[in-house]
Design a protein around this ligand. Structure first.
Ligand code: SAM
Length: 349
């Protein structure tokens, strides 16, 4: 009979996990064992990234979306939210302000908004790169063709975030309308890798119909894809979606999965997400202490921050706001970490 501690050592030493071990870790009710898991994950992160935290300036440039994901507050059928789009000049001003604050990576995220055709995206990416050639640009604008991804890459985009959402086809079909296909989502991730992006995938913890089995598939998929980045955050219901009455994911399961992924793939860039900070007041710091090494403060113009409502009560003020980076710096110093002013690229050893 394995104790939880033996399981944690086994995962850390051999960088693999089986479904029984995962099940035991997820159901564990021994807080000290959790602390040991987080300690081992921190050790693994520190070996690669030392005590440095990478920061990304998040520019949520449109909340228009052609998709209708059942979990997402900016889904097409939500007629209750006020929609917005940022102009090229507004996006560039956000990046300029971010540069002044010390950000060297800008993440352009949005719903799948066809207003921004490939030429517009390329134009925005190349303008930011022209102004700040020491910075990385990350795109997170959903599913596109190989050709579109290649155009953005050639225009200067360095990284692409596209959560796979779940690696179980049936589960995928319960989170998305039939129009969205699991195969296409996965195809996008492999295309992005082939083109040469630093690629990020990820999933929500506690999404409706998620099981240990689907989580195990997520872990196996991430180990096969070998992404450079991976985001895990709790599902949080939004009141104007079909999942309004579903329960939210929990901080503890999110933290355990961050730690497990750090042990399995020590070099991966793992954010302590806004969703984690939303369901747990000290969530971001706890994420770092469970092995995460990236944070993405909000750099969008202040008047649109409360409109990018993926879920209820999303935080965007205080240390979540890019202009308050000093607050964040202090919070991380208090737990023994330092924010690094750099592009914060993936390290492969
Ligand atoms: N449209 C792009 C895409 O599909 O990748 C990027 C924007 S999308 C809104 C960003 C991520 O937000 C999704 O991949 C999803 O995991 C997360 N998200 C959406 N609704 C959420 C919710 N209710 N709770 C937690 N995370 C959510």
């Amino acid at each position: 009979m394995h104790t939880v501690y033996t399981i944690i050592d086994d995962i850390a030493d051999n960088r693999r996990i089986d479904i029984t071990q995962l099940d035991t870790l997820l159901k564990n009710d021994d807080c000290e064992a959790d602390e040991y898991l987080f300690f081992k994950a921190r050790e693994a992160a520190n070996r690669v990234y030392k005590n440095k935290i990478y920061i990304r300036g998040l520019i949520e440039f449109t909340n228009h979306c052609k998709n209708n994901c059942y979990y997402c507050g900016i889904r097409r059928s939500n007629t209750c939210i006020q929609r917005y789009r940022l102009s090229k000049d507004e996006i560039i001003s956000c990046a300029d302000e971010g540069y002044r604050l010390g950000f060297r990576t800008f993440v352009l995220q949005g719903g799948e908004d066809l207003f921004y055709d490939d030429d517009k995206i390329c134009d925005i990416v190349s303008a930011i790169k022209k102004n700040h050639d020491d910075c990385a640009v990350t795109l997170s604008i959903g599913e596109k063709s190989y050709e579109s991804y290649k155009m953005y890459f050639d225009a200067g985009a360095d990284r692409y975030l596209l959560r796979h959402e779940t690696a179980d086809k049936e589960h995928y079909g319960r989170l998305h309308p039939p129009k969205l296909s699991f195969e296409n989502r996965i195809r996008c991730l492999y295309d992005l890798k082939e083109i040469g992006y630093q690629v990020g995938c990820g999933f929500m913890t506690g999404s409706p119909y998620q099981t240990t089995d689907t989580i195990y598939k997520d872990i196996k998929f991430i180990c096969e894809l070998e992404p450079h980045m991976m985001g895990i955050g709790p599902f949080i219901p939004h009141h104007d979606t079909p999942f309004a009455a579903e329960s939210a994911g929990t901080a503890i399961i999110t933290l355990r999965l961050i730690a497990v992924m750090r042990l399995l793939r020590p070099c991966m860039l793992i954010p302590a997400t806004t969703a984690l900070g939303t369901i747990d007041h000290g969530g971001r710091e706890k994420g770092i202490l469970a092995g995460a090494n990236v944070v993405m403060p909000n750099l969008s113009p202040k008047d649109v921050r409360n409109k990018y409502t993926l879920y209820d009560n999303k935080i965007y003020a205080g240390s979540e706001a890019a202009e308050h980076i000093r607050l964040l710096k202090k919070k991380f110093e208090d737990i023994g970490y330092e924010i690094e002013i750099s592009r914060g690229d993936y390290k492969d050893s």
